[in-house]
Design a protein around this ligand. Structure first.
Ligand code: AMP
Length: 190
């Protein structure tokens, strides 16, 4: 089974690229951000809990996020593979994911990071905030907090996956098609 982790800072284009990649490689796309937003829209208990963190640009606690992700994977028993988008975002989540996959005799195939400069991304997110309706896209302070969270908690994952020989990086700046092309040339080697 192909299991890919797509990571990158907020606004790097993970969601946009995932739409192409899931079709091309027949993968189930699981975006933890999208799943949380779906729960918020439907006013579930999970949504209420997640909202208090998301609105500030903080990460949702690991325990909650891991449990949710495992539940979502369980909903796709016949999937040919998974594309995780926005998960894992902490070392604890990465360790939990490895243990979870191992219990199913599976493992991560590779991780791919979309790289881009913070200032370009902040501008992109503020632009997206005009139409996305996302409170965490509309306020520069919240956006900067999301980058602080990324730098503190998510950036260490690069070394975690490098140590496993599973880390790849792609330049995330360029047209959508150019970035897709770069990603597919990496994916085609898996
Ligand atoms: P995203 O749509 O990936 O930008 O995620 C939006 C927000 O959802 C983040 O700022 C976090 O509050 C929350 N979130 C998404 N994925 C995770 C995760 N793996 N761990 C913790 N919080 C997450």
């Amino acid at each position: 089974m192909i299991i890919i982790v797509l990571f990158g800072k907020p606004g790097a284009g993970k969601g946009t690229q995932a739409e192409f990649l899931k079709e091309k490689y027949n993968l189930t796309h699981l975006s933890t951000g999208d799943i949380f937003r779906y729960n918020i829209q439907n006013n579930t208990e999970l949504g209420k809990l997640a909202k208090s963190y998301m609105d500030k640009g903080d990460l949702v606690p690991d325990e909650v996020t891991i449990k949710m992700l495992e539940g979502e994977v369980g909903k796709h028993p016949y999937s040919a593979g998974f594309l995780f988008d926005g998960f894992p975002r902490t070392i604890a989540q990465a360790e939990a994911l490895d243990a979870f996959l191992e219990s199913k005799n599976e493992s991560i195939t590779a991780t791919v990071a979309l790289e881009a400069d913070d200032n370009i991304l902040v501008a992109r997110l503020l632009e997206r905030g005009k139409t996305s309706g996302r409170p965490d896209d509309q306020d520069e302070e919240k956006i900067r907090n999301r980058y602080d969270e990324y730098n503190q908690k998510t950036a260490p994952l690069m070394d975690y996956y490098k140590a496993q020989g599973k880390f790849h990086a792609v330049d995330g700046i360029g047209s959508i098609a150019e970035v897709t092309e770069r990603l597919t040339s990496v994916f085609d080697k898996f």
